[in-house]
Ligand binder design. Structure first.
Ligand code: ATP
Length: 442
């Protein structure tokens, strides 16, 4: 983890939020290279989820919604984590993490934590576990009282449920159909940690799939498969780094009747990356009850009226970014030298190619290199110019940020319009014509 955190900082992928003020626990900023990868991940998900499916519609809801939404969804009452305080040093810890269990049952946790000491001060001075609500509060309007309290959404799903009927009607959608959204969510996590793995401001990519209840098992399996395929085929993540985890009953969120997570082999171990949940008609029935609006679906063909069930596919963008970085990160020994290389899928890499003149101070080389750079820049956009230090250093620098190819312009180029193109993963170099470069890089 330290290697990845250091690379992310050093090369402009991720910075601590408000670093010059000492940062703020649980908040991170993406830098120039990080935001490129994040944008590509989101674009790929949107393409696979929305653009390539005729029956999935996108929305972009507000972060702050009417607080009744979160009362109806059960978050105000039930979006909690178990917490213990240390009576000696005042530190707070996630009780389930400390107990080394997935269970959030307070009675079970009490037993498991009986002999535990505080990990901060080492004293046996922990309180009994209690629940703690993770919703972040704010006030809407100039008066800060109970009547103006609102919440920053803890998941994007909320405005998908409240827009279910709008989307169905405006898109003339028939079951099964899905509504997808990418956006920020906020959770007042007790102990944010493991770099960007557990944060307080996160971004989610979620899709709610509305179905006839009798299709729940089939749809559940389909969306589990979607998640697995997306990670392995679209992002190129190694299957060895992924495993399934089925939630036990004492572990499931308050809305879920079944939950399967894909765990990724993060630097701190296999942990949750992507959840597929069967939310049944939990949300629509609660929103129908609290709002008083009829949310039933009428099936023309069968003349049946019912509340759809919902299969949810939910993944965090930051966790996916961390998984992509971890999966891609390799250290190799090259003739006794350590080489750090990010073996990113070329489509995800911040830069598709780096262009260099062999020698910086030879104007004829620099000019020719600039011509090649312009051709590639026009074609691909994400092309970087690198003429700093010797060629070996440039290769290492590009390896570290995952640039799949480096193109070098040398004296032969001036004679025969060929360049050296060097492959990041194999480190092999070949000589090709400038006119063949575009096709090679596509
Ligand atoms: P965890 O058990 O790790 O707290 P969760 O089960 O509460 O996660 P969900 O509510 O299912 O997570 O959220 C869906 C996805 O959102 C998760 O699979 C994860 O990728 C992401 N996510 C949830 N909480 C966080 C967080 N605090 N920081 C970063 N990503 C998160």
């Amino acid at each position: 983890m330290e290697d990845i955190v250091s690379l992310c900082k050093r090369r402009g992928f991720v910075f601590q939020a408000s670093e010059i003020y000492g940062g703020l626990a649980g908040f991170w900023d993406y830098g120039p290279l990080g935001v490129e990868i994040v944008n590509r991940i989101k674009a790929e998900w949107w393409k696979a989820m929305v653009s390539e499916n005729d029956n999935i519609y996108g929305v972009d809801g507000a972060i702050i919604q009417n607080p009744k939404l979160w009362e109806a969804s059960g978050h105000v009452a039930g979006f909690t984590d178990p917490l213990v305080d240390c009576k000696n040093c005042g530190a707070r810890h996630r009780a389930d993490h400390l107990a080394g269990t997935d269970s959030t049952d307070l009675a079970e946790l009490k037993v498991l934590l009986k002999d535990k000491v505080c990990p901060t001060c080492g004293k046996k001075s922990l309180t009994e576990p209690r629940t703690y609500n993770m919703m972040m509060k704010t006030w809407v309007g100039p008066i800060e009282d109970d009547s103006s309290v609102a919440y920053l959404r803890p998941e994007t799903a909320g405005s998908i449920f409240t827009n279910y009927e709008n989307v169905r009607e405006t898109m003339r959608a028939k079951l099964p159909f899905g509504v997808a959204q990418i956006g920020k969510a906020f959770r007042n996590e007790i102990s944010p940690r493991d770099f960007i793995f557990r944060v307080r401001e996160l971004e989610q990519m979620e899709m709610q799939y509305f179905i006839h209840p009798e299709n729940q098992d089939q749809a559940y399996e389909e969306w589990r498969e979607f998640a697995w395929k997306f990670l392995t085929e679209r992002l190129g993540i190694d299957k060895q780094n992924l495993q399934w985890h089925e939630h036990a009953e004492n572990e499931r969120a308050h809305y879920a009747a079944a939950a399967h997570d894909i765990y990724f082999n993060f630097p701190q171990g296999f942990k949750e990356l992507w959840g597929t949940h069967n939310r049944t008609d939990y949300d629509l029935s609660n929103h129908q009850r609290v709002s008083g609006k009829d949310l039933q679906y009428f099936d023309d063909a069968t003349r049946e009226r019912f509340l759809p069930y919902v299969i949810e596919s939910s993944v965090g963008v930051g966790r996916m970014f961390l998984a992509v970085m971890t999966d891609a990160y390799h250290e190799e020994d090259i003739n006794g030298d350590k080489r750090v290389v990010l073996k990113l899928k070329p489509e995800l890499a911040p830069y598709r190619v780096a262009v260099s003149p062999l020698l910086k101070n030879k104007p004829e080389l620099a000019q020719k290199a600039q011509e090649v750079y312009n051709i590639l820049k026009n074609k691909f956009g994400n092309v970087v110019w690198d003429d700093n230090g010797n060629i070996g250093k440039r290769y290492r620098r590009q390896d570290e940020i995952g640039t799949p190819y480096c193109v070098v312009i040398d004296f032969d180029t001036l004679e025969d319009d060929t360049v050296t193109i060097r492959n990041r993963d194999t480190t092999k170099q070949e000589r090709i014509k400038i006119t063949d470069l575009e096709a090679k890089l596509c």
